[in-house]
Design a protein around this ligand. Structure first.
Ligand code: FMN
Length: 271
């Protein structure tokens, strides 16, 4: 028989089946087949679970907004409770809402931070975030009469090992802090991750951002600043570097490069 004649595929399969289970060919075939099937199952699971993951992420963010505003209780209908919050897309530079340009329900301000058209590179970058979105989604919480009760502002910045993402809740005067909490970070459990400790989070309640002269004084440090206890949150024990990160990011977002223009309008009673 000539070498150029096509081989009989049935013969090849029969030879493969007849081969010893320990043969190199069979071993490689089984290994590749198992890898293929496993990767198909993992891919299918990843694709089919993505909507569930997105829904959980959204719910987690909503729970955090409710928690930082002090209205979360276990077992409540999160979607219903979150509907009480009024989302707005804020132009950080002007302190004005731009809901006519972007839909607050769908605008992704963290993704916007890596879009050259929607963000700016930071020359001075104390929060260690590289770029800042020009717009952020913020939430207003009103009382029964329609008066402003609280404002929830997202903030983020680098700690020791990771970027911490969270929210700060301010009273309607735009100066008194109601609460601060992070919903995502990679700091060390027992050290930097103590930012999640309810006792440490409680220290923020009642603190003030600015003094009577309008200077930003809020400080996270080991020792109380000259401005006094109203502006002071004690640093985490054994986690000075994460605490410095939180100090930097809070100062950045509450300052002129962050929500400063909006807070000035808030203090003037514009909302
Ligand atoms: C494995 C390991 C993990 C650490 N994780 C953190 C952390 O998440 N945040 C932090 O500020 N310091 C962390 N530290 C400690 C810092 O290196 C540094 O010692 C500490 O921030 C100093 O804080 P202190 O002055 O309060 O002791 C860690 C140290 C080690 C060895």
């Amino acid at each position: 028989m000539s070498d150029t004649q096509p081989q009989d595929p049935k013969g090849a399969i029969a030879r493969f089946l007849a081969a010893s289970p320990d043969s190199v060919g069979k071993t490689i075939f089984i290994a590749v087949a198992v890898c293929l099937v496993a990767s198909m199952i993992v891919s299918a699971a990843a694709v089919s679970l993505r909507p569930v993951q997105e829904a959980n992420k959204l719910k987690d963010k909503q729970v955090n907004v409710l928690q930082v505003a002090g209205v979360y209780e276990p077992g409540i209908d999160v979607t219903e409770a979150f509907a009480a919050f009024e989302p707005h897309v804020l132009d950080l530079a002007t302190g004005e809402f731009v809901d006519d340009q972007f839909d607050p329900a769908t605008f992704d301000d963290l993704a916007a931070a890596s879009d050259p058209d929607l963000s700016v590179a930071l020359d001075s970058d104390p929060a260690g975030i590289g770029r800042k979105a020009k717009y952020r989604v913020i939430y207003l919480l009103r009382d029964e009469t329609g008066g402003l009760n609280k404002v929830i502002l997202p903030l983020h910045g680098y700690g020791l090992w990771s970027t911490l993402y969270g929210f700060i809740a301010l009273e309607s005067n735009g100066n008194d802090i109601f609460g601060l909490q992070f919903y995502q970070h990679g700091e060390t459990p027992g050290l930097g991750a103590e930012v999640d400790n309810p006792r440490w989070k409680a220290l923020w309640n009642g603190k003030k951002l600015r003094d009577d002269a309008g200077d930003l004084q809020i400080t996270v440090a080991k020792a109380q600043p000259a401005a006094g206890p109203d502006f002071y949150v004690d640093a985490l024990a054994g986690a000075t570097l994460t605490s410095v990160g939180v100090d930097n990011l809070v100062k950045f977002w509450m300052g002129d490069a962050g929500y400063g223009p909006f807070l000035a309008k808030l203090q003037a009673g514009e909302f």
